[in-house]
Write a protein that binds this ligand. Sequence first.
Ligand code: USQ
Length: 401
Amino acid sequence: MTKEKSKKREKKMRIIVLGGDGYLGWPTAMHFARKGHEVVILDNLSKRRMEEEVAGEPLFRRPTLQKRVRLWREVKFGREIILPKLNVLDIASNYGALLDILGEFKPQAIVHYAEQPSAPYSMISCARAVNTEVNNIAGTLNVLHAMKNVVPEAHLVKLGTMGEYGTPDIDIEEGWIDIEHKGRKARMLYPKQPGSFYHASKVADSVNIEFACRVWGLRATDLNQGVVYGIDTPETKLHPELVTSFHYDAVFGTALNRFIVQAVAGIPLTVYGKGGQKRGFLNIMDTLQCVEIAVMNPAKEGEFRVFNQFTETFSVMELANLVSRVASKRGYKVSIDHIKNPRVEKEEHYYNAVNSALFSLGLKPHLLTEEVVDGMMQKAHLAVKDIDLSVISPNVFWRRS
Ligand code: USQ
């Protein structure tokens, strides 16, 4: 690393984490606070309500946001995390309060996780699709307008998704593509083919953010993140109640996290269809690392930067085989079920996505090894009695019935 880069890393920043109560938001807030940055959390707590709707309780009991923040203060592992008086704030519907908080705190970076994150949730019904898109798109629009009005120099670090691109038969670039059409050339946003109304909401966000950067000169990094796995980060391990919300149900649980819990529960792994679906994956610790890299290396004025945020590519079947191998070594009896795919997606396809931007800025990945899977299994085993088998089977279907 160059001297200049390491100096940048030492700089202490004022950071707002929108959606700071979630699976990724809470560990991110602790991570920055531990490094001495000034961190403010806002969250509308809607994820906790949605979890109740689908009975998708996280595996490990998780205290309220207020209690988490209080505990963080008491254990003194880093700088205090700030919860403003109006911390339970819906950024999609309360623009005035968002404006006040940004104006008062004057963040240098805004890390935006405050979105409904589940593809299946967005496909349950018309109401859930509308709710997902309104919440996600309006929230981001409010953030962009508030930035323009009170903190135009701040850097927006927005969590997008690799699922915006879909699975085209060509290589996936990082946000932009050079196109030649009828003899003329242009650099354009990469074509999008989202896999759910949730993924579509992220596409709309990307379009709106790019527009705001181009027209208002805002600076933004769109982190097109792959599927995240993992239970712990260095900070969640500091105290049992600093745990994050680890999901394994069919609505909020992601593939590898679900397979780990299924193996520990002694039930078959739920591979949807053939299992040849390929995706980019990353460890939750690398989410924190990538967000930190983005924050500490801000986009330039007017720049809309897209980083594809994943470290490795696997097919679903490769993950299932890996989990099954590790589980067998631990003495669990594991089988793999190819269940009818509840989604409409390609089950065998070309997939080659570029992810070099974060690596060139210093990302050192935590790769998915048998040890990592084994560590997750051991942790999940601690809560084996709490696994609710009734929430494992998918009950949201993409097709018309
Ligand atoms: N899958 C199975 N069995 C399961 C669960 C999933 O075969 O039990 C398959 C799905 O059909 C899909 C793949 O695994 O082909 C990934 O599904 P997922 O549920 O792990 O992830 P996804 O719905 O795509 O969404 C998750 C996060 C979302 C994030 C996205 C990144 O919930 O917030 O944006 O991963 S990406 O997939 O790159 O779009």
